[in-house]
Write a protein that binds this ligand. Structure first.
Ligand code: NAD
Ligand code: UDP
Length: 361
C-alpha cells in the first residue's frame, strides 16, 4: 500500500510513517515543520519506500502517482502551539482537511482523520463515549483547535456521504512518548524536562484535573487498525486509565529521582476538568486496546529525553520563559484560579532545529 501521511514530520506522524514502512508499505510524508522536526524523519530519508514533500497542506495536497490511503495528521496539537498559531490551526483543520479529502477522492483511497478528545470540550459526561456530542466554547481560545477538528470531522463525514470516500475518524486522547519536543508545552514533556533539569514542575490549577495518557506505540497500532478497516467510527483511541495532573507529577518525580519542587500556576481558560475515553467501540470493532502502562511508557519517554541533555537545558528555559509571559483572558471554567491566564508559547530560542519560524508545544 502507498500511504500519504500529512503531518508525518511530527510526533505521532513520524511514528506512524515508521510503523507503515516496517510492515512493508510505502510512505509519502507531507509536512511544513510548523510544529514538527526534520530530525523525526531524518533516519527514514534513505529508505527508498519513503518520500518527503515539504508542503503546507492548507494550500494544497498534491502527490504524484498512486495513493491507496491518506492519513491526515497535519495540525498543531499542543495548546501553546495552537494558541500561537490560531489562524493556521483553523486553516489546516478546514482547508487542509478538504485538500487531503480531495486527494483521497481522486485516488479512491482510504482516508483517516486524526481527530481529538477536544471534540468533547470540557465534557459534562464522564467518561466520554463517542455518542457524546461535547461541550465546546466556540469562541474561547481553545476553539481554534476544537472547532477546527469538529469541522474536520464534519467535512470528512460529508465526503463519505456525498462522494463515498472511505473515511475513518480517530478521536485521539492525550498521547505521549519519544519525539515529543521537550519544550512543546504539553504536560508530559514539560514535567519530564523540568524534572530532569531540576526546574520546578509547573502544575496548572490545583492539579486535580485529569487526563488519560496513552503511549505512542499503542496509539499507532490503533491508527493502523483504523486504516486497515473501512469503518467510519468515530473511534476513541486512548488509554482509559485516568490520572490527576498531580499524580502525573508525582510519578515523574519518583521515576526521575528528581528533587524538583512543584509550583502552581493559574489554570488555562477552558482547560477540561476531566477526561477519560470509553474504548469499547475500538475494542469491539477494531480489536484494539492499549497495552503499555504509564510506568513503562514514561520510563521509555524519560530515557529518550535524558539522551538529549543539551536540548533539555534550553527547553527548560523556554518553558519557564513561556510561563512568565502569560496572556490574561476572561474567567472561564477554572475552579481554583483567581484570575485566568494561559501560558504563553515557548519561544524558538531553544537551539532545537525544527525548520520552523515558531517552534513550540
Ligand atoms: P505535532 O505538532 O508533533 O505534529 C503535527 C505535525 O503537523 C507537525 O509535524 C507539523 O509541522 C505538521 N503541520 C501542521 N500544520 C501543517 C500544515 N499546514 N501543512 C503541513 N504540515 C503541517 O503533533 P502530534 O501530537 O504529532 O499530533 C498529530 C495529530 O494528532 C494532530 O492532528 C493532532 O491534532 C492529533 N492529536 C494528537 C494528540 C496527542 O496527544 N499527541 C491528541 C489528539 C489529537
Ligand atoms: N498542564 C500542567 N502543567 C503544564 C502543562 C499542562 O499542569 O506544564 C495541565 C493542563 O492544564 C491540562 C493537563 O495538564 O490540565 C494536560 O495538558 P496538555 O497541554 O498536555 O494537554 P491537553 O490540555 O490538550 O489535554
Amino acid at each position: 500500500m502507498r500511504v500519504a501521511v500529512t503531518g508525518g514530520g511530527g510526533f505521532l506522524g513520524s511514528h506512524l510513517c515508521e510503523a507503515l514502512l516496517r510492515r512493508g508499505d510505502s510512505v509519502v510524508c507531507l509536512d511544513n515543520f510548523s510544529t514538527g522536526d526534520p530530525e523525526n524523519i531524518a533516519h527514514l530519508l534513505s529508505d527508498p519506500a519513503f518520500e518527503f514533500h515539504h508542503a503546507d497542506v492548507s494550500v494544497s495536497v498534491e502527490v504524484a502517482g498512486r495513493v491507496d490511503a491518506v492519513a491526515h495528521l497535519a495540525s498543531p496539537a499542543s495548546p501553546p502551539d495552537y494558541l500561537r498559531q490560531p489562524l493556521e490551526t483553523l486553516a489546516v483543520g478546514s482547508r487542509g482537511t478538504e485538500n487531503a479529502l480531495r486527494l483521497a477522492l481522486r485516488h479512491d483511497a482510504r482516508f483517516i482523520l486524526a481527530s481529538t478528545s477536544e471534540i468533547y470540550g470540557d465534557p459534562l459526561v464522564h467518561p466520554q463515549e463517542e455518542a457524546y456530542w461535547g461541550n465546546v466554547n466556540s469562541i474561547g481560545p481553545r476553539s481554534v483547535y476544537d472547532e477546527a477538528k469538529r469541522y474536520a470531522e464534519a467535512v470528512s463525514a460529508a465526503y463519505r456521504r456525498t462522494h463515498g470516500v472511505d473515511v475513518g475518524i480517530a478521536r485521539i486522547f492525550n498521547t505521549y512518548g519519544p519525539r515529543m519536543r521537550p519544550h512543546d508545552g504539553r504536560v508530559v514533556s514539560s514535567f519530564i524536562t523540568q524534572a530532569l533539569t531540576g526546574e520546578p514542575l509547573t502544575v496548572y490549577g490545583d492539579g486535580t484535573q485529569t487526563r488519560s495518557f496513552c503511549y505512542v506505540d499503542d496509539l499507532v497500532r490503533g491508527l493502523l487498525a483504523l486504516l486497515d478497516s473501512s469503518e467510519l467510527g468515530p473511534f476513541n483511541l486512548g488509554n482509559p486509565v485516568e490520572r490527576t495532573v498531580t499524580e502525573l507529577a508525582e510519578i515523574v518525580l519518583e521515576m526521575t529521582g528528581s528533587a524538583s519542587e512543584v509550583k502552581y500556576h493559574p489554570l488555562p481558560v477552558d482547560d477540561p476538568v476531566r477526561r477519560r475515553p470509553v474504548i469499547t467501540r475500538a475494542r469491539d470493532v477494531l480489536g484494539w486496546e492499549p497495552e503499555t502502562d504509564i510506568t513503562e511508557g514514561l520510563r521509555r519517554t524519560v530515557a529518550y529525553f535524558a539522551s538529549e541533555p543539551e536540548r533539555l537545558g534550553a527547553s527548560a528555559a523556554a518553558i519557564r520563559g513561556g510561563q512568565d509571559e502569560t496572556v490574561p483572558l476572561a474567567a472561564a471554567t477554572a475552579p481554583a484560579a483567581p484570575s485566568q491566564t494561559i501560558p504563553a508559547p515557548a519561544t524558538a530560542a531553544t537551539g532545537v532545529a525544527t525548520g520552523s519560524p515558531a517552534s513550540g508545544g
